[in-house]
Ligand binder design. Structure first.
Ligand code: AP5
Length: 218
């Protein structure tokens, strides 16, 4: 199964991608996680993309395509893409690349969510600055308040979750999503899913879609 998740910032793409990868035994590639780890390591790529992330702007397509396709090429087996592609240019390039290696996407799930639910997800999100684990103060709290379950580090708010940056990220998303959705509709691999449910319910719904899709192909 080769899958991509679309959806606004804070919709739960990362949360679901981890669960789906685990359930389906496929690789998980998160463009945001890759960029954040390059940024915090201060690599040449990290220095190039730092300002874009901090301001809630998209990293230029050519750079993003190179980074993600290079990683996709190294995966043997299925994968779930989270945060990529994000623009029509990225989607078209990825499709050409995946077609060329005979591994086209099987399914693209477009998460949709009410604005009020989205705001609550941003406000309550806390992350581990070391391992990147994601929590929510109300809906997915850590076992010990304020500390990461994995490594005991103090949880923080993601720097780009400041309200002004969030507004910019949502604006950017709204401008880019429609052509992307049209692109995957034409390829007949797009399904839209209301992602407002509890985490387990959303995971179950995505797994159902994957299984239904696999069934169609047999
Ligand atoms: P990225 O990290 O991809 O950010 P995003 O798309 O804005 O998505 P988020 O990580 O904010 O949210 P999410 O949908 O993963 O939600 P989460 O699971 O955390 O990108 C960051 C930046 O990198 C971009 O702004 C851009 O600069 C750059 N970038 C990345 N990709 C790029 C690309 N392709 N092109 C150009 N630039 C790119 O969930 C949110 C919260 O809700 C959490 O607290 C979670 O615990 C909680 N939660 C999740 N699901 C549920 C649920 N079902 N019920 C209740 N709570 C839930």
């Amino acid at each position: 199964m080769r899958l991509a998740l679309l959806g606004p910032p804070g919709a739960g793409k990362g949360t679901q991608a981890i669960r789906i990868a685990h359930r389906m035994k496929i690789a998980h590639l998160s463009s945001g996680d890759i960029l954040r780890s390059e940024k915090s390591a201060g690599t040449p790529l990290g220095l190039k993309i730092r300002d874009f992330i901090d301001r809630g702007k998209l990293v230029p397509d050519d750079l993003m395509i190179r980074v993600m396709e290079d990683r996709v090429a190294r995966i043997h087996g299925g994968f779930v893409l989270d945060g990529f592609p994000r623009t029509l240019v990225q989607a078209a390039d990825l499709a050409g690349f995946l077609d060329s290696i005979h591994k086209p996407l099987d399914l693209v799930v477009n998460f949709v969510l009410d604005e009020n639910v989205l705001s609550r997800r941003f406000e309550g999100r806390r992350v581990c600055p070391v391992c990147g684990s994601v929590y929510h103060l109300d809906t997915m709290p850590p076992e010990v308040p304020g500390l990461c379950d994995q490594d005991g580090q103090a949880l923080v708010t993601r720097p780009d979750d400041q309200p002004d940056v969030v507004r910019e990220r949502i604006k950017t998303y709204r401008l880019s999503v429609e052509p992307l959705v049209d692109f995957y509709k034409k390829r007949e691999i797009l399904v839209t899913l209301d992602a407002a449910g509890a985490p387990n319910d959303v995971t179950a719904a995505v797994v159902d879609l994957i299984r239904g899709n696999a069934g169609k192909k047999r």
